[in-house]
Design a protein around this ligand. Sequence first.
Ligand SMILES: [Zn+2]
Ligand SMILES: [Zn+2]
Length: 355
Amino acid sequence: MRFAMKTIAYASHSPDSPLVPYSFERRELRDNDVAMEVLYCGVCHSDMHMSHNDWGMTVYPVVPGHEIIGRVTAVGSKVTRYKTGDAVAVGCMVDSCMECDQCHHGEEQLCREGMTMTYSSLDRIDHTVTQGGYSKYLVVREEFVLRVPDGLDLSRAAPLLCAGITTYSPLRTWDVGPGSRVGVIGMGGLGHMAIKLAVGLGAEVTVLSRSEGKRADAMELGADKFLISSDASAMDKAQSSFDLIIDTVPVKHDLNPYTPLLDIDGTLVIVGQVGPVAEVNTAPLLFGRRRIAASPIGGIRETQELLDFCARKNILPECEIIRMDEINTAFERMERSDVHYRFVIDMATLETEKK
Ligand SMILES: [Zn+2]
Ligand SMILES: [Zn+2]
């Protein structure tokens, strides 16, 4: 049965060009494929970086989008977990080798052969370039499709698929629960989820910020404390008082003010910035057996656990819903950190011109 379908989308064609309407064909359904109509798609910093080829790995034209909420429109003959009409989700990866040790224990994001990313990656079977969620339809193999539990607001769930899992995974890796002392640096898309999820897990959460300005917002998101990193005496008093610090800052920055804040065996985990950091002083690391680590998204099993956890605890990202044709303005606003806290595209607007 020929199933390949034409889909409309928004794509970038070069590092300097804006996203523009684009149309292409999704692959024919394989036995284990799920086809879905995209309902909502979150706008991640990576979408902007990939559109501009900031990391040198973009294949043009690129259709970004890896925080995807959809509704199943068709399934391949061997699909057992999903049926037409189901609410589903897709995150940052759409395939992996499924045979290595990492894939076997559900950490496909760490696949020894490298995960297949949702866009600008090569499909493992036909080697076509994958294209993301800024599109009407999407086809993904069953194992990389997630179930959206009943009760989770579809219009607000999308950011869980990248911002959510990126902050949830380190919270789980470092066993955060009641009694854990968690610091969060940065209060954007990732940071605001780190606060909500750590609070949801029962931790005592402190937001670290350069100035007083974000205190009210931090408290509203559920934080217990607010620490101003430019206040030397407050920083001094906070030494050795955190088990885990989640660093969501997306640009190059200095880690040295933060490492002494960790308790012995504490960890500062970087989830935002990809690239070099300022020179690190090892003294606080060595004398406190403290660690600097980094962490990429999370596995499929853990992402499903996150969706179920958020449905149970009624934890939802703070979203600003936009039209598809507002995406270029959204990118500009993200560069100025002018968003509370994540843009989500209502994909129904892909088909209607703005009046
Ligand atoms: Zn992302
Ligand atoms: Zn693998």
